[in-house]
Design a protein around this ligand. Structure first.
Ligand code: SF4
Length: 321
């Protein structure tokens, strides 16, 4: 049998699950353990089909809107992306039992937007139309209070009501570089605009992009394990391409690998979006190991120690004795 060619794999660290995703998945699992089946989940709890299928097999029922949840006392979990304010209002009217797994870093952006609004400021949200986090953030305030800016061109075209009374917030999972450029343009055009000290891009998005920037220029190809509807995974692929990696692929499972793209490579970078479980990274590495003799090295941009406690009703009760 012919010897397999050598392949050096550079594994980005940090990669994969962030604290918000761990909390959201554990929220559904704990709800199933405490209250039993079914547990309803509004929207994919995190953007990963594998995770959703696993939870579905354990008894979670995924819905897009509360109207799909029948009357009763089964819990309804809100996904990590956050929900517009109208959703908990509707749930309260219907007396549904809700558990909010919105990532605390998304909730922080909601609170920032509220404060700006209370201070009479018009708000620019830098983000991507249609993403559930953007829908949730815009839905914190009345229609018209927040204007969405997706690109530099839209930052140029934006016309505020009052240039001296403006604020910005951002989606948490954007490209650090693109967002900095848009913020800079807004500040040039509207010097009085106020915003967070840094952007609202979360630590997990920032750290995963940093690790990709270290690895991507040194490899022949890059694999990002993640889902096409995962914003932070898409950004990792873009960051890899911009950092000089000639071939970058966003893959959900090993079966998605287009081997024609990965022929004749000696060095491969691997990372995973914040909603992609490590088991899928391992599955993809196993697929490469069938064709190559791998030597794996981890390249670390930073250590992560972030942890978010579960929503209060799901926390472990204090031991009685
Ligand atoms: S990517 Fe960031 S904002 Fe989104 S769930 Fe993870 S920690 Fe929270």
């Amino acid at each position: 049998m012919a010897e397999k060619p050598a392949l050096k794999v550079l594994l980005c660290s940090p990669r994969g699950f962030c604290a918000g995703v761990v909390r959201a998945i554990e929220s559904v699992e704990r709800a199933l353990a405490i209250y039993g089946k079914p547990v309803y989940v509004r929207h994919e709890i995190v953007h990963n089909r594998y995770v959703v299928d696993e939870l579905r097999a354990k008894g979670a029922i995924f819905v897009e809107e509360l109207s799909e949840v029948p009357e009763g006392d089964a819990p309804v979990v809100f996904s990590a992306h956050g929900v517009p304010r109208a959703v908990p209002v509707e749930a309260a009217q219907r007396k549904l039992f809700t558990l909010d797994a919105t990532c605390p870093l998304v909730t922080k952006v909601h609170r920032e937007a509220e404060i700006h609004h209370r201070r009479g400021r018009e708000i620019v949200l830098i983000g991507h139309a249609g993403h559930p986090e953007v829908i949730g953030t815009m839905g914190q305030l009345p229609a018209g209070a927040i204007s969405l800016v997706q690109t530099l061109a839209e930052a140029d075209a934006f016309t505020p009501r009052d240039v001296n009374n403006l604020a910005y917030v951002t989606q948490t999972t954007l490209s650090v570089q693109d967002t900095a450029t848009i913020v800079e343009r807004l500040k040039q055009r509207f010097p009085a605009i106020v915003g967070p000290h840094k952007e609202d891009i979360c630590y997990a998005t920032t750290n995963r992009q940093e690790a990709v920037k270290l690895v991507a220029p040194t490899v022949d190809a890059m694999v990002v394990v993640g889902a096409p509807n995962s914003s932070n995974s898409q950004r990792l692929k873009e960051v890899a391409e911009r950092a000089g990696c000639p071939r970058a692929a966003l893959l959900q499972r090993a079966a998605d690998i287009d081997w024609a793209m990965f022929g004749n490579i000696a060095r491969l970078g691997v990372t995973a979006g914040a909603s992609a479980p490590e088991v899928l990274v391992e599955e993809i590495l196993d697929a490469f190991a069938e064709r190559y003799t791998l030597s794996v090295e981890t390249v670390s941009a930073t250590e992560e120690e972030m942890f978010f406690p579960l929503p209060r009703p799901l926390r472990e009760p204090q031991a009685a004795e």
